[in-house]
Design a binder for this molecule. Sequence first.
Ligand code: PEP
Length: 251
Amino acid sequence: MTAPRPLVAGNWKMNGLKAALGELKAIRDAVGSGGAGRAEAAICPPFTLVAAAAEAARGASLGIGAQDCHANASGAHTGDISAQMLADAGAAYVIVGHSERRADHGETDAVVRAKAAAGIKAGLTAIVCVGETRDQRVAGKANEIVGAQIEGSLDADFPATNLVVAYEPVWAIGTGLTPTTADVADMHAFIRGKLEKLYGRKGVDIRILYGGSVKPSNAAELMGVKNVDGALVGGASLTCADFMGIAGVYK
Ligand code: PEP
């Protein structure tokens, strides 16, 4: 049994004007010259930059993704973007169920599952985010919460090849705080067990990313944990130096 190929994905959130494409091109070039080693690398810029980023990365080894999609392929949903549109713009990944979307837009597990299904149907790889809040962890409910999110946000019919799960403890996002490596190992083993239950042997190959305050200084330690198959990176993905400092652990 071989471990899945790691994925280091950057989530630019609501950051980046056209000028940020310079940074994206620097990442593209650094990945192209082997800076991410054996890892797959991707950047998920805001919707407004997806097409231009995909154009800049065309033929290169850097993948481009988006940070959300609508569950429907088209229709009367003012302001929304479908997974088909993202694929048409050149995206290969879509993040769904990020805790900021769950909190800011009231996205339930059922909504997240429908979005993941739409992304997969459009040929994208869905990066499905799960994670507990600080209070939930302190109350000893982290596994219960994440387990319910996994069961509610994934479908046993999803093709395992187009599915990535990102464990992002909400309290670690953008705070500089990270769980202990023992806590990361426990949670990733728990998620692996859930994936094996849902997908059988294919569950072993589904990448489980860790996300939450990953930076060059802690990446090697976090990426070295069993069942951590890469990272979902927020703030530190905005510069080539920091992103490559993380992806570079796979060299
Ligand atoms: C994220 O929002 O997906 C994230 C992991 O953010 P940060 O790396 O900034 O904590």
